[in-house]
Design a protein around this ligand. Structure first.
Ligand code: SAM
Length: 306
């Protein structure tokens, strides 16, 4: 649990639209004695939420907001995969990647699979998700999670994503990639003690090296059009710096997309265009600390000066 003085963020509940609808979940919680206040009109409404009350989020569809420390891990809807207990910031990558129905998508570092099941919900279980992770234990959890959530359109592999061959014909139609690699986790508000949560310069450098490598690798898939890169780190070394270095290395092949203009918290202004990236924090967005950037392949005509 969070120690004294640790920031408290609301409990976010993502409605799994593969299994149910927002209205049905709202009715369920009303029957459990919660009062529904409708769609939030401001961050202030989220900040002051208390007691047995809940809201529909103001930024993300299909996301319900309950007071901090509400525990639904024993809830029937959670056990049956109708709801996913997922922080609001961690709902951003799949939402912003926004793959069109029937597309082929890679989830490169996927376990335990919250973003994979979100992708599947957006795809309505049509198309194909190729999901990879190194960690056998996390993959086992992920399998259970995806079964529970009713996700059918996926292939799960225990494989180092860096060894996945972009030229393999299997991936020739992959147009979207979600990349949520290992990071320092420095944005997770419940990590204690705080001193231990501060990663050393060496560790940050090692993580950033991996993140740059894995981002470059993802962009080398021949058909990829759009990629969402995310971390739950607050360190620019793992965020803006990684994006900047890889964009530079790619020349004019990819560019940052200015996603979600109304999102209140932007990337640190460390390079021109960095404000296209999104940040999230307990104070600014009432979420975990988080970072997302969406990259898009430049069309040929854009490279031609007019
Ligand atoms: N996207 C997941 C979700 O939303 O549930 C969380 C992913 S977690 C931040 C990062 C994951 O990357 C870990 O599960 C880790 O095992 C995996 N990972 C680390 N290095 C990897 C590699 N080279 N290839 C594939 N997965 C890797």
């Amino acid at each position: 649990g969070a120690g004294p003085g640790a920031p408290r963020v609301p409990r976010y509940v993502r409605v799994n639209t593969l299994k149910t609808r927002v209205d049905d979940v709202v009715d369920f919680f009303k029957r459990q004695g919660y009062s529904f206040l409708g769609k939030a009109g401001s961050m202030e409404e989220l900040r002051t939420l208390s007691g047995k009350k809940f809201l529909l989020d103001l930024h993300l569809p299909e996301l319900l907001v309950f007071p901090p420390q509400t525990d639904f891990h024993d809830n029937r809807l959670y056990m049956s995969g109708h709801i996913i207990l997922q922080d609001k910031a961690s709902c951003l990558p799949a939402f912003l990647l926004s793959p069109v129905a029937s597309s082929h998508v890679i989830d490169a570092c996927a376990a335990p699979g919250n973003k994979t099941s979100h992708l599947a919900a957006i795809l309505k279980n049509k198309g194909q998700i190729f999901a990879f992770d190194l960690d056998a234990k996390r993959l086992a959890t992920m399998n259970t999670m995806l079964m529970r959530a009713g996700v059918t359109s996926f292939k799960l592999a225990q494989q180092d994503f860096l060894t996945v061959d972009p030229q393999d014909p299997k991936y020739s139609k992959v147009t979207y990639i979600l990349l949520d690699p290992s990071c320092s986790g420095s944005g997770m508000v419940n990590r204690l003690p705080v001193e231990e949560a501060a990663p050393s310069a060496e560790r940050l450098q090692a993580l950033a090296g991996f993140q740059r490598k894995v981002l470059s690798h993802a962009l080398s898939f021949p058909a990829v059009q759009r990629l969402a890169y995310s971390t739950c780190s607050v360190h620019r070394e793992e965020n803006e710096d990684v994006v900047q270095a890889v964009l530079q290395e790619q020349g004019s092949a990819f560019r940052l997309v200015n996603v979600f203009p109304s999102w209140p918290c932007r990337g640190l202004a460390t390079f021109p265009g960095a404000e296209c990236c999104l940040r999230a924090s307990p104070t600014a967005t009432l979420t975990q600390g988080f970072f997302v950037a969406v990259l898009e392949r430049c069309r040929d005509q854009d490279a031609v000066p007019s």
